[in-house]
Design a protein around this ligand. Structure first.
Ligand code: ZN
Length: 85
């Protein structure tokens, strides 16, 4: 189950909510306001160290994927050239 970070627009309280269903009420536990903003990163990883590690792992993975795409494109262009001439 995803836990989301919220920030209350009324009192500025930052809090986390466990969303079980999409129609769960998203309300500030501090002032009860439903004027809350969902933050876009689900809080599944706690602590700066592991978060940083996860970010680095994700960046590494993205870089690897970009490299793969580049090589695939090169292979395609090379084979295309060979067949073209
Ligand atoms: Zn509030």
């Amino acid at each position: 189950m995803p836990i989301y970070d919220y920030v209350c627009s009324d009192c500025g309280e930052a809090f986390e909510l466990l969303i079980r269903r999409s129609d769960d009420t998203e309300a500030c536990p501090e002032c009860g306001s439903e004027e809350v903003e969902k933050q876009f990163s689900p809080t599944t990883v706690h602590g700066d160290t592991s978060h940083g590690k996860a970010m680095r792992a994700a960046k590494k993975r993205d870089a690897a994927q970009a490299r793969d795409r580049f090589h695939e494109r090169r292979r395609y262009e090379e084979s295309h050239d060979r067949h073209g001439h």
